[in-house]
Design a protein around this ligand. Structure first.
Ligand SMILES: [Zn+2]
Length: 253
């Protein structure tokens, strides 16, 4: 809680990253969250890991220990054999209680227009899991506009455009969310004025805050607190949208 607002970091990473050498354990994340007044975080595996099942187990253990502080997402190589992908996704949902599926196009070169993407997004829809798609770095497959295609093919699926395309492709997220009511935008990496520009076109009920890394918690979440927007909009971006999309809860007043 900060300035009377509950805070949901909808983009956090737990585990060990091979590509960066980062290691985030639960106590480190909780310490950073407590420092910043963050109530809840969506835990996501790093994109390049030694053993994805082990990373999922770590997130499952964090959810069991701190159900009031964490939700969790799976991240599975989209090019695994289909049966293997399906089995691990089912285990993540039914055994570990994960509630979203992350796509990392900068490391997992899945073309959102391909038949393989139809398998990936179709399975997410079947398991009723929102997809969090990293957008921005890693073009072409991380271009926000490409996610219009799976969003239209699976209208009951929610697709969250992580990092809002970054500053360079931010306008594409406005276009994608404008034509697809099932597309939401996670705002990490944007400048505050970019958030205001998005709000001119996309309601706060489809926007959510995220930090990506613990050292960015204050920067990313407090930038929303500092905007000249209504308290209702802040509440949605900082808490309500994430709770509704990921946790199926609507506890707005
Ligand atoms: Zn990330």
């Amino acid at each position: 809680m900060k300035d009377g607002f509950r805070l949901y970091d909808t983009h956090a990473h737990l585990g060990a990253a091979l590509h960066s050498g980062r290691v985030h354990d639960t106590s480190r994340l909780l310490h950073a969250m407590d420092r910043a007044g963050v109530d809840r975080a969506m835990l996501i595996p790093f994109p390049v890991v030694a053993d994805l099942r082990r990373e999922h187990d770590l997130i499952g253990a964090a959810l069991r220990s701190y159900p009031d502080r964490f939700s969790g997402a799976a991240c599975i190589d989209p090019f695994l054999p289909e049966a293997e992908f399906r089995d691990e996704l089912r285990r993540c949902v039914e055994v570990l209680g994960l509630r979203a599926l992350k796509l990392q196009p900068q490391y997992q070169a899945l073309n959102p227009l391909s038949s393989r993407a139809e398998f990936f997004f179709g399975l997410a829809a079947e398991f009723r899991l929102p997809v969090i798609a990293h957008t921005g770095t890693g073009v072409p497959f991380s271009l926000p506009s490409l996610f219009i295609v799976p969003a239209r093919k699976f209208p009951d699926l929610t697709i969250v455009l992580g990092h809002a395309g970054g500053s360079v492709y931010m306008l594409e997220t406005i276009v994608a969310a404008g034509v697809c009511p099932n597309i939401c935008i996670e705002l990490s990496s944007l400048m505050p004025h970019h958030v205001l520009e998005i709000l001119q076109h996309v309601p706060a009920s489809r926007l959510m805050a995220g930090a990506d890394l613990p050292e960015s918690l204050e920067t990313e979440l407090y930038k929303i607190l500092g905007l000249e927007i209504s308290n209702a909009e802040k509440e949605s971006i900082l808490w309500g949208t994430g709770r509704r999309v990921f946790d199926g809860e609507s506890d707005n007043p």
